[in-house]
Design a protein around this ligand. Structure first.
Ligand SMILES: Cc1ncc(COP(=O)(O)O)c(C=O)c1O
Length: 395
């Protein structure tokens, strides 16, 4: 595993930039234009023939977006990147570019629920794609689920409610042996803490809405990985479905990226303090955070991740009313979904889980109605601990 922390911030600041190209400006211009004109018939003819690097149309490529894509390719250590309209645009494009009608997919349980919906409710019903959900902590279970028509193993490591990990090296090896494409949602770790391409994963997707942008003001997705797959996405899913990001949003993400490493360090430092505090609290029965010594897959976490970030969950004693009162009492943890911005957040997954899962299914998926998820933002850790202390009194 390569730890690139010593060059990460340099990549964020410099990769893809060319000050002289834009009159010495240290931030790139926002190319807020839909098309690029050509001085002559011969020039546009050359551009279409791939004989020049001129931009043609922003749905295909835009100079501001291109700078962002170059940075992400360097940060993830991949071969090519497309930035898209949302994390879901990236996830659905990555899956669609690989799948054929009638294929079989293996996906981890507890994956981000709209991805689950896309596989089961949309592809399953419309295109006869079958998905088998496995406990991704167990490579043997993944191996046993492989069929002759399996084309994708879809991973999310860690998962974003209870942080189950998959062994990326082992799963990638298994997939390659069986000519299966691997896709991972790497939103939790970002390339600062985990670079799945090194372990052999083919495509990496992100909800860049989270840490990559980091300021809760843009919805954006990323797909990065092997160049032939990314080129196919550019040619088909991006160009034909058209789910692109606008140049202004790309520029905001470039700005967000410049502090990614610094923010991740701060999130981790505070979250680790808070996870340790929660572990000692008498009303807390379990804390899920890969940075804790008690984390059940700590060895694997240390082998494939170099840090953990600000997202963690915990289970509490008490009834649903107590949990409601606790959440309402918190002052600095805003009630909301998502994560990865500067602000601390709290959510109670049971609000949506109770509509889709029985208690038995929740147990099977290692989820509890008493699970609370928090995102530790950039506020001071001691202030957040005081806030949690007074909130937990409501239980
Ligand atoms: C783990 C994970 N993946 C993907 C997504 C989807 O990203 P977006 O909201 O940018 O479409 C989310 C959004 O919450 C997420 O939490």
């Amino acid at each position: 595993m390569t730890d690139i922390k010593n060059i990460f911030q340099t990549i964020c600041v410099h990769e893809g930039e060319d000050y002289e190209r834009f009159g010495g400006g240290v931030t790139p211009p926002i190319f807020e234009n839909s098309l690029f004109s050509f001085p002559s018939y011969e020039d546009i003819d050359d551009a279409y023939a791939g004989k020049s690097n001129r931009y043609i149309y922003t749905r295909g490529l835009n100079p501001t977006v291109e700078i962002l894509e170059k940075k992400i390719t360097a940060l993830e250590g991949t071969e090519a990147t497309k930035v898209m309209a949302s994390g879901m645009a990236a996830i659905t494009s990555a899956i669609m570019t690989v799948l054929k009608e009638g294929d079989h997919v293996i996906a981890v349980r507890n994956l981000y629920s709209p991805a689950h919906q896309f596989l089961t409710d949309y592809l399953g019903q419309k295109f006869s794609v079958e998905t088998t959900y496995v406990d991704g902590r167990n490579v043997d279970e993944i191996a046993e689920a492989i069929r002759p028509n399996t084309s994708i193993i879809y991973l999310e490591s860690p998962t974003s409610l209870n942080f189950h990990l998959q062994d990326l090296r082992e799963v990638s090896r298994l997939a390659k042996e069986n000519e299966i494409t691997t896709i991972i949602d790497n939103s939790y770790s970002t390339p600062y803490y985990q670079r799945p391409f090194e372990f052999g994963v083919d495509l990496i997707v992100h909800s860049g809405t989270k840490y990559l942008n980091g300021h809760s003001d843009v919805v954006v997705g990323v797909v990065t990985g092997r160049k032939e797959l990314v080129a196919r996405i550019q040619q088909f899913e991006q160009a034909l479905f058209g789910g692109i990001i606008g140049p202004f949003e790309a520029w905001l993400v470039i700005r967000g990226l410049r502090t990614l490493g610094l923010r991740m360090e701060r999130h981790t430092k505070s979250a680790l303090k808070i996870a340790n505090f929660l572990e000692q609290h008498p009303k807390v029965t379990r804390v899920n955070y890969p940075g804790l010594e008690s984390f059940p897959q700590k060895d694997l976490a240390d082998r494939q991740m170099t840090g953990w970030g600000g997202l963690l969950s915990f289970e509490v004693e008490g009834d649903q009313d107590g949990i409601k009162n606790m959440i309402n009492k918190l002052q600095y943890f805003s009630i909301g979904v998502s994560w990865g911005g500067y602000e601390s957040l709290v959510s109670h997954p049971n609000i949506s889980l109770k509509h889709n899962f029985t208690i038995e299914q929740m147990e099977e998926w290692d989820l509890s109605p008493n699970l609370i998820r928090i995102f530790v933002g950039l506020e001071d850790a001691e202030v957040l601990i005081q806030d949690l202390t007074q909130g937990l009194e409501e239980l």
